[in-house]
Design a protein around this ligand. Structure first.
Ligand SMILES: NC(=O)c1ccc[n+]([C@@H]2O[C@H](COP(=O)([O-])OP(=O)(O)OC[C@H]3O[C@@H](n4cnc5c(N)ncnc54)[C@H](OP(=O)(O)O)[C@@H]3O)[C@@H](O)[C@H]2O)c1
Length: 221
């Protein structure tokens, strides 16, 4: 039985991570700003009132966890705000950097003492943050922040090699969640998280630093 800490756990992909982890007998520590009925119903450990963009909020979480060992840290929380060239909103771009790129790095650093050799770190990025794959432009804040997140993940994969901690940079697929307006063309959270957990299970020191689609495809940077 391993302990997974999942951010953005009150809904969407984070909630489904907690559901499937509980189902397979692992421990989930669900971190959120505010809980939801669906999360409460799972009966997992919930750490609420945590805004990941706030230094003091993260310090409060670290204090609550004390020296609890974390086997897998899943940096899942994220936001998307549409920013086009015709309507560049720099505050929105900065906000997306704070949540999508800075916050996961801050949390990972803050929890380093809870990770040990064999623990894993996951960055939930997006294919929208693939430079090679960008043939449609737009989405300035989201795309830029996810590239930055992927780079943080890649640097962490190098820096944490000496500690024996592998890092994966994962794209969940296009998933029916609030973030995508529950798009009909998306896959279900169940299917996405099944694939994501398979990728996390296969993550090791040999393949650390890989950018994977939940379906197992290695994605171009
Ligand atoms: N859905 C997709 O198709 C898709 C595709 C590619 C990548 N992703 C990535 O997958 C991850 C999960 O996405 P999702 O579709 O499940 O999104 P979602 O349903 O919109 O959920 C986002 C989660 O992030 C949390 N969050 C946002 N800002 C936060 C903050 N400042 N502090 C703490 N928590 C915060 C939200 O909490 P609140 O409820 O408090 O707002 C919510 O729990 C994201 O990183 C997203 O970029 C999703």
């Amino acid at each position: 039985m391993a302990t997974y800490l999942v951010t953005g756990a009150n809904r969407g992909i984070g909630l489904e991570y907690c559901r499937q982890l509980k189902e397979r007998g692992d421990n989930a520590i669900a971190v959120c700003r505010s809980t939801s009925d669906e999360l409460k119903d799972l009966g997992v450990q919930i750490e609420t009132d945590i805004d990941l963009t706030s230094e003091s909020s993260v310090a409060q979480l670290v204090k609550k966890l004390d020296d609890k060992s974390i086997d897998v840290l899943i940096n899942n929380a994220g936001i998307v705000e549409r920013v086009s060239l015709d309507d560049l909103d720099f505050d929105s771009i900065r906000r997306q950097f704070e949540v999508n790129a800075v916050a996961p790095l801050r949390l990972t650093k803050a929890l380093l003492n809870n990770l040990k050799s064999g623990s894993k770190v996951i960055m939930m990025t997006s294919r929208m943050g693939s430079i090679d794959d960008n043939t449609s432009g737009g989405s300035y804040g989201y795309r830029m922040s996810k590239v930055a997140l992927s780079m943080a993940g890649k640097s962490l994969s190098e820096d944490l090699k000496s500690k024996g901690i592998p890092v994966a940079i994962l794209h969940p697929g296009l998933v029916k969640t609030r973030m995508t307006g529950f798009t009909d063309s998306g896959i279900t959270t169940e299917e996405s998280v099944k694939g994501l957990l398979a990728r996390i299970d296969q993550l090791n020191m040999q393949n650390t630093g890989t950018f994977w689609h939940s379906n197992g495809e290695v994605l171009p940077w």
